[in-house]
Design a protein around this ligand. Structure first.
Ligand SMILES: Nc1ncnc2c1ncn2[C@@H]1O[C@H](COP(=O)(O)OP(=O)(O)OP(=O)(O)O)[C@@H](O)[C@H]1O
Ligand SMILES: [K+]
Ligand SMILES: [Mg+2]
Length: 734
């Protein structure tokens, strides 16, 4: 799925206004050069998988795979039959022992493929575990948050519980998952993301989440722990890569049913053969009957199904995406619509105040002072950036504490926190109310008080928005007690700027080629939305959306038959992330978003969905192809074994011996050996995945039926013949 523009790593944010914290979305190639790429087979992994293949012989583990369990039971039956033959000094004993050995190898090869697939994840889990060994946390005693001199105690990180407050300073490793409640810090997340560029995390906004195991490299933050022991992101990541929480996907379940059915059918066929053969006087030995059964049932796919699924999840992890279920990954393969949040998803998400535009007739200093007051209690990055810019422009005034103290004495001080519903925030102080927010929200507030937004301000709002910026209008009134006497006044507009993540338009174009429609949903106004939508190259957008609107839009798309993915970062995206068929949270986002989603992208790259979709499709195609191959594959074995069984009684059957195999025994043995070896030969394909190209499902199906169906029929004829010729060189087998 690689096109030339995909191969180019995206540059980091070039704008000087935005610190280069933003995770540079990296582009990766599928089934190839992922940045964390490791070979499917390396010596270490293979060596580790060998003992695992034996450990997995435990019947309790084997019974999850009906086909391989049947082979295991067959092997046991063969062993008993061999013992009987030894006692009877049967001339067939060497032949029977060799067959039995290959039956055992069949099971071991299946276990080996699964163990090898699990190996990479296990290695990764071990290194994640090692990273937090002996970690100590600096917990604040009691709820003494916010006070620099609050007493600290040192506790082992695994003892931290939800709600605990911990301090992290430069050099500290964040002891557990949490949300920054105070301060701002640069964080090195490389332990988890593999990406060494530091990122900014700060309290108040949509970038407040920190992950246990990451390292604070500057400043000091207070973190409220959000995960109980054993429930952290790393715990989930370990469980995921180790496969501890592996559940069958609906697709796997359907295949499981098919495999059980085929096993039962061929078991019946084999059992029915016995009286029939007895009647004809052929009396096949139990070992040969088991060999026949094993060759008939779809052992190839039965052996490789777990490895295919694990490898798919592993590929996702290699792309820095964590999924809570395999189901989500497979669903991703069929996604038709992608909804994206704007701020923090399509843009970097640190909207900063860059300019103050006073309303006509309002002195600049008065406007800036009011903007500062309206933002003083606003803990969001937007709010703080306004206070900062006001300071740079020389605005001075009381601190929030001083204000609260003096106003409190007059009995009128209240903070109005920002919410995505009201789109406004501000402060009531003494006899004045200060508000700032989206133009439409402030307009409503002002109108309720009998005022209006002057045309000059409207022009400023429109021109900022048309440029893709976010305008915040600042207004005040002159008396809480007697609002009717004082007209509200609009003082001016703050220009918030945010930068579209680079390279995004190309990647959305790639999504379009895959048949996926992109829709941006934002709480921002129509003009800003239109400008950003154009710059990012989305197909459609929805502006001034409340959290409910986001949810409603998803439900509507789903009703219309679309399979919907949602990408977002904010707490207000959480309901939509949970409702979408595939919800991908940005790692830079809030804990709520990450919990609601069924995937987290560690790189916070909204276009990562391209890779996720490709991985999902590849997973489905690989499983389908190998199933086709497996079933087709068994056809040749009928031609090898059935004539071999009955040729003594029905010489006419030798016509079926189209392969001209040396002897009946050699035919049976060659079929069993081929049946086992083909599993090992297909392990690389199962782990790496069938090559995926963005073609229609129909084209893919036709091509796969041809390659894997016809290939599956032809390959064993050749393979069995070659093995038969080699066996002819071994004395005593026929
Ligand atoms: N701190 C704030 N104080 C007042 N108003 C704000 C503040 N932050 C944002 N707004 C206004 O509220 C609107 C909605 O903001 P919010 O960031 O919640 O939207 P959203 O639904 O998350 O959209 P997006 O898709 O852009 O992330 C913004 O467009 C802006 O006009
Ligand atoms: K088979
Ligand atoms: Mg948002």
């Amino acid at each position: 799925m690689t096109t030339s523009h995909d191969a180019r790593p995206l540059a980091t944010n070039p704008s000087p206004d935005v610190p280069s914290h933003a995770p540079a979305p990296r582009v990766t190639e599928l089934s190839g050069h992922a940045y964390k790429r490791r070979k499917a087979f390396n010596r270490e992994l293979v060596l580790a998988a060998i003992p695992q293949s034996f450990i997995k012989l435990d019947p309790r583990q084997m019974r999850h795979s009906p086909v391989m369990f049947t082979v295991l039971v067959g092997t046991v039956v063969s062993v008993v039959a061999c013992a009987a033959q030894i006692i009877q000094a049967s001339p067939d004993v060497v032949f029977s022992l060799v067959i039995t050995l290959w039956l055992l190898l069949t099971v071991l090869f299946a276990n080996f493929s699964e163990a090898l697939a699990e190996g990479r994840g296990k290695a990764q889990a071990d290194s994640l575990r090692a990273g937090r060994q002996g970690l100590l946390a600096r917990r604040l005693k009691g709820a003494a948050r916010g006070e620099g001199n609050a007493a600290e105690e040192s506790v082992p990180a695994p003892e931290l519980r939800k709600g605990d407050l911990v301090v992290c300073e430069a050099g500290d490793v964040v002891p557990s998952d949490g949300e920054i409640v105070e301060g701002l810090a640069m964080i090195d997340e490389s332990a988890i993301t593999g990406e060494s560029a530091p990122v900014v995390r700060e309290s108040g906004g949509d970038r407040s989440a920190v992950t246990g195991g990451t390292k604070v490299i500057s400043d000091r933050v207070v973190v409220r722990i959000t995960a109980d022991p054993g429930q952290t992101f790393i715990d989930r990541m370990i469980a995921l890569v180790e496969g501890a929480e592996r559940q069958m996907t609906p697709n796997e379940a359907a295949l499981h049913v098919l495999l059980v059915a085929l096993t039962i059918v061929f078991l019946a066929v084999t059992v029915v053969l016995v009286p029939f053969a007895n009647l004809a006087g052929a009396v096949p030995s139990p070992v040969v009957l088991v060999a026949l059964l094993v060759c008939l049932i779809p052992t190839t796919i039965g052996a490789l199904v777990p490895a295919i699924g694990i490898a798919g999840m592993d590929r996702l992890v290699q792309h820095n995406v964590l999924a809570t279920s395999g189901r989500a990954v497979e669903t991703a393969g069929d996604i038709t619509t992608l909804l994206l949040d704007k701020t923090g998803t399509i843009t970097f998400g640190n909207r900063r105040a860059v300019d103050f535009l006073p309303a006509p007739g309002v002195p600049e200093a008065e406007f800036i002072a009011a903007a500062r007051l309206a933002s003083l209690a606003d803990e969001t990055p937007e709010g703080r950036s306004i206070v900062d810019l006001a300071g740079e422009r020389g605005a001075t005034g009381p601190s929030l504490d001083e204000l609260a103290r003096s106003a409190g004495q007059q009995g009128a001080f209240a903070v109005v926190e920002f919410s995505a519903m009201t789109r406004m925030s501000g402060l009531d102080e003494g006899k004045r109310r200060y508000r700032k927010g989206a133009a439409s929200a402030v307009a409503r507030w002002v109108r309720e008080l009998g005022g209006d937004i002057p045309p000059g301000v409207r022009d400023d709002v429109d021109s900022i928005a048309s440029d893709g910026g976010t305008p915040l209008v600042v207004a005040t009134d002159d008396g809480v007690d007697q609002p009717e006497r004082h007209r509200p006044r609009v003082l001016g507009t703050v220009h918030l700027a945010d930068v579209v993540k680079p390279g995004i338009a190309d990647r959305f174009a790639a999504l379009r080629r895959m048949g996926i429609r992109t829709v941006m949903i934002t709480g921002d106004n129509r003009l800003t939305a239109a400008a950003i939508a154009k710059e990012a190259g989305v197909d459609d957008y929805l502006a001034e959306a409340t959290p409910e609107d986001k949810l409603t839009r998803i439900r509507a798309e789903q009703k219309a038959g679309q399979l919907v993915a949602m990408t977002g970062d904010g707490t207000n995206d959480a309901p939509a992330l949970a409702a979408a068929d595939v919800g991908v949270a940005m790692n830079s986002g809030t804990q709520a978003a990450k919990e609601a989603a069924n995937m987290v992208d560690l790189d916070s790259d909204p276009t990562k969905l391209i890779d996720v979709v490709a991985i999902g499709k590849q997973l489905l195609i690989t499983r389908g192809s190998l199933t086709t191959f497996s079933v087709a594959n068994d056809v040749a074995k009928y031609f090898a074994i059935i004539p071999a069984l009955f040729v003594a009684v029905f010489p006419g059957l030798s016509l079926l011996n189209v392969m001209g195999l040396t002897s009946p025994k050699s035919a049976v043995l060659a079929a069993v050996i081929f049946n086992a070896i083909i599993i090992v030969l297909l392990v690389p394909l199962a782990l790496r995945g069938v090559r995926y190209r963005p073609v229609t499902a129909q084209q893919a199906l036709r091509r796969n039926l041809l390659v894997y169906g016809v290939g599956g029929i032809v390959a064993p004829f050749i393979g069995i013949k070659i093995i038969d010729l080699l066996l002819a060189l071994v004395p005593g087998l026929h």
